[in-house]
Design a protein around this ligand. Structure first.
Ligand SMILES: N[C@@H](CCC(=O)N[C@@H](CS)C(=O)NCC(=O)O)C(=O)O
Length: 232
């Protein structure tokens, strides 16, 4: 089994939060796999990464990868949760992956101040002669996605305010527990920890990272999660 991901950035084990999520899903379920790095996903089934390769079959999207692991191994990422907590788990995953993700994405790819750091982190392997052209083309596509999805239409202050609301919601759900639903990580923790670790790891100074740093319980949660999701 081979997990295809973007090469690592910002000291995280792969170059996207969905890729580190897929790695963590496989690790937590105890599924052995190899990692393959790919910088250009255009030939992948959905043009995105991660993708899990099982024999000749390509399984795109971290949620499909989760479903595949559960079907294949019988492992339940939300084992022991009530129906209500499973519903909360699903809602948290959607908030992290379909809302927080686009706030972070817009901040990194659209804001000029952060773009220099994003560019340096993601395009080092592109041959120098093509780098200018490729980076401009990929950024144009990224900004179009931010505008199409809608997050790119909000001001920086509006995006920060939405981010703060989401982080405050996660902080409240976490309370003084180790993980969102108790003492072991569930599916929502895997999405949240990998996404927020990716957010906190950005090497430039940034309003989103600064806000996370004001939350000691969240930062401790991200550290605790790393040990379990990515055991050495
Ligand atoms: N819903 C997908 C999202 C994957 C995704 O958005 N991947 C991004 C990287 S974070 C990607 O491959 N982007 C390449 C592109 O849009 O060209 C999942 O859960 O795997």
């Amino acid at each position: 089994m081979e997990l295809i991901v973007f090469p690592p950035t910002y000291g995280e084990p792969a170059g996207s939060p969905f890729a580190t999520k897929a790695m963590a899903l496989l690790n937590v379920a105890g599924v052995k796999h190899d990692l393959t790095y790919l910088s250009n996903p255009t030939k992948m089934p959905k043009g995105k990464l991660p993708v899990l390769k099982v024999g000749d079959r390509l399984i795109p999207d971290s949620n499909e990868i989760r479903a595949y692991i559960e079907a294949k191994t019988g492992f339940d990422f939300d084992a022991g949760l009530s129906a209500k907590d499973r519903a909360i788990s699903t809602a948290v995953i959607r908030m992290v992956e379909e809302h927080i993700y686009f706030i972070v994405y817009t901040s990194r790819w659209k804001e000029d101040k952060n773009w220099a750091v994003t560019k340096a982190a993601n395009f080092g392997a592109v041959p120098a002669i093509m780098r200018g052209f490729i980076t401009r083309m990929v950024r144009k596509g990224a900004v179009a996605q931010c505008m199409g999805q809608g997050m790119g239409r909000h001001s920086k202050a509006e995006r920060l305010s939405r981010f703060q609301e989401d982080i405050d919601a996660i902080e409240t759900l976490l309370g003084d527990k180790d993980y969102l639903f108790g003492d072991t990580p569930k599916a929502a923790d895997i999405s949240t920890i990998t996404a927020l670790r990716f957010t906190a790891a950005f090497t430039g100074s940034n309003d989103l990272t600064d806000y996370l740093m004001t939350k000691p319980t969240i930062m401790a949660y991200l550290e605790r999660g790393k040990e379990v999701l990515f055991p050495a």
